[in-house]
Design a protein around this ligand. Structure first.
Ligand SMILES: Cc1cc2nc3c(=O)[nH]c(=O)nc-3n(C[C@H](O)[C@H](O)[C@H](O)COP(=O)(O)OP(=O)(O)OC[C@H]3O[C@@H](n4cnc5c(N)ncnc54)[C@H](O)[C@@H]3O)c2cc1C
Length: 396
C-alpha cells in the first residue's frame, strides 16, 4: 500500500485536535486529522447539556489540577477566554454567561463543532473519520502510522486522543498507550467531575431524596466548593459534588454544609424562645427543601423545639452544617466528564506541548495531566494547549 506524506498528523478530531489542526494549517502546513469516531467533536456536541460551556471568563491556573500546577500557565496565557470569545463572535455564534463566568451558546453546541470544522477546512486540513489506528512508529525524523484506511507519514505527530471518560462516546486510553510507547510516564488516570455513589443505609436515605437539589458548601481536606448539590438514586451529584470528586482520594470522606448561608444554632435557640411549639421539621423547612428537612428531623424524636435541649440542638446543627459522609466510590469513567491524571507534564514543554526527548511529538488537551474545574475550564485548556502546539508547528 502507498504511504501518503503530510506535514502533521493529529490523532483525535476533538476540541484540542481540531483547534491545533486549524492553527497549524493556517500557514500552509498540510495537516491530516485521524479519528476512530464517525463524527468530529462528539464531546463538544454533548457538552454543557447540549449548549457547550465553551469557556470561562475567569479561567486561570488555579482552576486546574495537575502534578505540576504551574504547567498550564504558559498555554493559558497564550490563548485566553477572550481569544476564544473573539472566534465565537467572528462566527456569529450568540452566547450568554450562565453564572460564575461560565459561557454557553444561546443555541446548540453543534455551532461550536461547525465553527471548528470550518476552521480546519479553511486551513486545508484533511479529516479522516471512522479510521482505526493500528500502529504508530518513529523512523528517523518521520512518524509513520498504519490505519484501517491506509498508511501515512509526517514530520510531526500530535496526540489529542482525550481521556477514557465516557467510552461510549469513542473515548479511549489510546493516548496513554502512545505516551508509554515513547517512554513517557502516566499519572494514574481517575474519573473526575463525576457523581459519587454510596452504599447501605446512607444510599437508601439518599435514594428517598432523589431529585432534591440545594446550594451547599462541600469540603474535602482543604478544598471547598460552594455550588448546588443533587440527591440521586445512587448517591450525590450536582456541580458541588462533581467539583469535589476531582480531588477525592479513595476512602476520603466529604463534609457538606447543607445551609451554608444560615446559622442554625441561632435559629434553633430563637425558635425555642419565640415559637416553642414549632416542630424541628418545621424550622428546618424554612432553610432546607421540605423532603430533606423532614428526613433530617426524623432522625431525632423531638416533636417541638421546646423539648430540645442545647445538646440536641448542637447535634442537629452539626447534621446540617457539618454532615460528614463517606462515598463508596464514584460512577466511574462511564459518566465522568473528564479524566484526572494522564501524560506526566514533566516530559513536556509547557510552551509548546512538545515532548522534550522526542522531537516533533506533541500531547495536547485532556490526555495531558491537566484537569480543569467544572465550568468551561476543560475546553479552555483544550483550546489553549491546541493553539500552543499549533503555533509552534505553523512556524516550522
Ligand atoms: C458529558 C460531558 C460534558 C462536558 N461538558 C463540558 C463543558 O460544558 N465545558 C467544558 O469545558 N468541558 C466539558 N466537558 C469536558 C470536555 O468535553 C473535554 O475536556 C474536552 O473535550 C477534551 O478535549 P480533547 O480534544 O482533549 O478530547 P476529546 O474532545 O475527547 O477528543 C478526543 C478525540 O480523540 C478520538 N480518539 C480517542 N481514541 C482514539 C483512537 N484510539 N483512535 C483515533 N481517535 C481516537 C475521540 O474519538 C475524540 O474525537 C464535558 C465532557 C463530557 C463527557
Amino acid at each position: 500500500m502507498n504511504t501518503r506524506t503530510v506535514d502533521v498528523i493529529v490523532i483525535g478530531a476533538g476540541a484540542a485536535g481540531m483547534m491545533c489542526g486549524a492553527v497549524a494549517g493556517a500557514t500552509g502546513q498540510k495537516v491530516l486529522i485521524v479519528d476512530h469516531a464517525r463524527a468530529v467533536g462528539e464531546k463538544i456536541r454533548i457538552s454543557g447539556g447540549g449548549r457547550c460551556n465553551f469557556t470561562n471568563l475567569y479561567c486561570g491556573p488555579e482552576n486546574f489540577i495537575s502534578g505540576n500546577p504551574h504547567f498550564c500557565k504558559s498555554a493559558l496565557a497564550g490563548y485566553s477566554p477572550q481569544d476564544f470569545i473573539g472566534l465565537v463572535d467572528a462566527h456569529g455564534i450568540a452566547w450568554h454567561e450562565k453564572k460564575l463566568g461560565q459561557l454557553f451558546c444561546d443555541g446548540r453546541s453543534t455551532q461550536i463543532v461547525k465553527m471548528l470544522s470550518e476552521a480546519c477546512e479553511q486551513a486545508g486540513n484533511d479529516i479522516l473519520l471512522d479510521t482505526e489506528i493500528k500502529r504508530v512508529q518513529k523512523d528517523g525524523e518521520w512518524f509513520s502510522i498504519q490505519t484501517s484506511k491506509g498508511d501515512f507519514s509526517a514530520k510531526s505527530l500530535v496526540v489529542a486522543c482525550g481521556g477514557p471518560s465516557i467510552p461510549k462516546m469513542g473515548a479511549s486510553g489510546y493516548g496513554y498507550q502512545l505516551a508509554e510507547q515513547f517512554g513517557l510516564k502516566i499519572i494514574t488516570p481517575q474519573a473526575a467531575l463525576v457523581p459519587l455513589t454510596f452504599n447501605g443505609e446512607i444510599k437508601e436515605s439518599m435514594r428517598e431524596l432523589a431529585g432534591v437539589a440545594l446550594p451547599v458548601r462541600v469540603k474535602a481536606g482543604s478544598i471547598t466548593f460552594n455550588e448546588d448539590m443533587l440527591f440521586t438514586h445512587r448517591g450525590l451529584s450536582g456541580p458541588a459534588i462533581l467539583q469535589i470528586s476531582s480531588y477525592l482520594m479513595p476512602g476520603q470522606s466529604i463534609t457538606i454544609n447543607l445551609a451554608p448561608t444560615k446559622d442554625l444554632p441561632t435559629l434553633l435557640q430563637s425558635g425555642r424562645n419565640q415559637k416553642p411549639k414549632l416542630s424541628p421539621a418545621g424550622l428546618l423547612a424554612s432553610i432546607l427543601p421540605q423532603r430533606l428537612a423532614q428526613q433530617i428531623a426524623k432522625e431525632s424524636s423531638f416533636i417541638r423545639l421546646a423539648d430540645m435541649g442545647d445538646a440536641a440542638m448542637q447535634i442537629l446543627a452539626k447534621r446540617v452544617h457539618n454532615w460528614e459522609v463517606l462515598p463508596a466510590g464514584s460512577e466511574g469513567f462511564r459518566t465522568a466528564e473528564v479524566t484526572r491524571g494522564g501524560v506526566d507534564t514533566g516530559a513536556l514543554s509547557s510552551k509548546s506541548m512538545a515532548v522534550k526527548k522526542v522531537p516533533d511529538l506533541y500531547f495536547i488537551g485532556e490526555v495531558v495531566d491537566v484537569t480543569g474545574h467544572l465550568g468551561g475550564h476543560n475546553f479552555q485548556w483544550a483550546w489553549a494547549s491546541g493553539v500552543a502546539a499549533g503555533r509552534v508547528i505553523a512556524r516550522r
